[in-house]
Ligand binder design. Structure first.
Ligand SMILES: [Zn+2]
Ligand SMILES: [Zn+2]
Length: 131
């Protein structure tokens, strides 16, 4: 384990959102390791993903997020503030038709629920809000 890898993993564990982007991790590791470049952060994140220690999430606009929770779970994504929350999810409840299972080798499954969090709704940002 390289010091870079350890610093990045630590930053992931300490991140409040638990789903930081590479840029957010970069900002955080700057305190302890000011020499680390954004390219190193990207490379290290990809190594950790390859080692199955990290999930890379494409949650739509705003860049990829990284998740230390590698168990099957779904995400709630707030369209107002971008907050990402983990929710329990049973992948066996989502079933593909037999011809798809035959023709397609599944590598990962993802479920994303988009909407507005209570904070955003209280600020009038929801789908019925005045924004
Ligand atoms: Zn929100
Ligand atoms: Zn997650």
């Amino acid at each position: 384990v390289t010091p870079q890898r350890r610093a990045i993993f630590q930053a992931l564990l300490e991140d409040d959102s638990a789903h930081p982007t590479a840029e957010e991790i970069f900002d955080q590791v700057q305190d302890g390791m000011p020499d680390m470049s954004l390219a190193t952060v990207y490379n290290t994140l990809h190594e950790l993903v390859d080692m199955d220690l990290l999930l890379e999430l494409d949650l739509g606009p705003g860049g990829r997020h990284y998740d230390v929770n590698t168990a099957d779970h779904a995400h709630l994504v707030c369209m107002g503030c971008g907050r990402v929350e983990d929710v329990d999810y049973d992948p066996s409840t989502v079933v593909l038709s037999p011809e798809h299972v035959q023709d397609f080798q599944i590598v990962e499954r993802m479920a994303i629920f988009r909407g507005y969090c209570s904070v955003c709704i209280s600020q009038g940002k929801g789908p019925n809000g005045v924004s």
